[in-house]
Design a protein. Structure first.
Ligand code: ATP
Length: 364
């Protein structure tokens, strides 16, 4: 079993508290991704799991062992960094074999492990080359190979793809996912790239300012964000937010209104929105949950918008619109016949409407 259990984990650099009471269970064989903006503490958390950073308080367990004070060498983990950290004067073979030699593995065992890893990563033809004779993508494969040959209990990845160009990053992302399917090794992966997080993670941890905001499967986070931060962080283009006032409707329901909007709160949300009657809250609507209204859309879910910019991306068009005082983006058909300054009737998908408390940001 190679689960990683993190309990009440804290890290302070002098007086600066950068990891705050993190509790997390990373399951055996799970691919867990930490995502969040720069400086939120994800790398520091990973480095505490690795043993590269001391723990201020709390506990890290790998399998059944508390590893708090174990040196990295003895944690049975392998780490892959953004900068590859290959030895420039060694061949690819020796780079991959190095860790095993240090640990006094038998020569035959080393050869077999390196050959196997090279096959898996398709770098067999480069084993005799030096790192400088390789492309960035090939170097990153070698860095992965060096981790794989160890057969560790846990892989730790610190933004391993961020030095690659966009196309290669997508390819390597797919390779990493396949590699995980094949090896089944528990993996913890740090990135600030939400697409990487959504596509790689069995589950994703969203962090902000040293704290875990939400843990869940990618689509769970996307469709049921726990708060406004998670809602706004995941998704591109980002979720639209609008401040509205909640009014009781004579019909028994509620209306969410501001200068540009007047929407009936869908029945799914009435119980939760009810307590906000007479007060403001934040509505959240994803760009793909907006469309150009037609006769089938109920008028109480439709509003006016003025198109300010149209971005035609091929697979979709993004309408950047003004709705009262708010800017909103709608993702619509790529061939939409809209033009700048057009006034359009826009409808929302009521099933996907989100609402957040103005003060706490928590999902309502
Ligand atoms: P990034 O994606 O930019 O690497 P991150 O989420 O991984 O961000 P960390 O690298 O964990 O963030 O850093 C969290 C905070 O801790 C930052 O404010 C950073 O400046 C601070 N920090 C990290 N390492 C140290 C250190 N050795 N000494 C002092 N402060 C540090």
């Amino acid at each position: 079993m190679a689960q990683v259990l993190i309990q009440s984990l804290n890290k302070k650099f002098d007086e600066v508290h950068v990891v705050k009471d993190v509790n997390l269970e990373i399951r055996d064989k799970e691919f867990m991704v930490f995502v969040g903006p720069s400086g939120c503490g994800k790398t520091t958390t990973l480095r505490m799991i690795a043993g590269l950073e001391s723990i201020t308080s709390g506990q890290v367990m790998i399998g059944d062992t508390v590893v708090n004070t174990l040196p990295p060498m003895d944690r049975d983990i392998a780490m892959v960094f953004q900068n590859y950290a290959l030895y420039p004067h060694m061949t690819v073979y020796d780079n991959m074999a190095f860790g095993l030699k240090m640990r006094k593995f038998a020569k035959d065992d080393i050869r077999r492990r390196v050959q196997d890893a090279a096959d898996i990563l398709d770098i067999r033809d480069y084993l005799h080359r030096k790192p400088r004779q390789l492309s960035g993508g090939q170097r990153q494969r070698v860095a992965l190979g060096r981790a794989i040959v160890r057969h560790p209990r846990v892989f730790l990845f610190d933004e391993p793809l961020s030095n690659l160009d966009a196309k290669l990053r997508v390819q390597m992302r797919i390779e990493l996912r396949k590699l995980h399917e094949r090896l089944g090794t528990t993996a913890v992966y740090v990135t600030h790239d939400q697409v990487e997080a959504m596509t790689l993670g069995d589950r994703v941890v969203v962090m902000r300012d040293g704290r875990v905001q939400q843990v869940g499967e990618p689509l769970e986070l996307y469709y049921q964000p726990a708060n406004r931060f998670v809602a706004g962080f995941l998704g591109s283009p980002a979720m639209n937010f609008a401040t509205v006032r909640i009014e009781a409707d004579p019909g028994g329901g509620f209306v969410a209104a501001n200068e540009g909007l007047r929407l009936t709160v869908p029945p799914r949300l009435t119980d939760r929105v009810g307590p906000y009657a007479g007060r403001e809250l934040t509505l959240g609507i994803r760009p793909e949950d907006l469309h150009i209204a037609d006769a089938s859309d109920p008028p109480d879910l439709v509003f006016d918008a003025v198109v300010e910019v149209i971005e035609r991306l091929g697979s979709e068009a993004l309408l950047v619109m003004r709705v009262g005082k708010d800017a909103m983006v709608a993702s619509v058909e790529p061939t939409v016949p809209a033009r700048m300054r057009d006034r359009l009737r826009i409808a929302i998908n009521p099933e996907r409407l989100h609402a957040f408390d103005m003060e706490t940001g928590a999902a309502v």
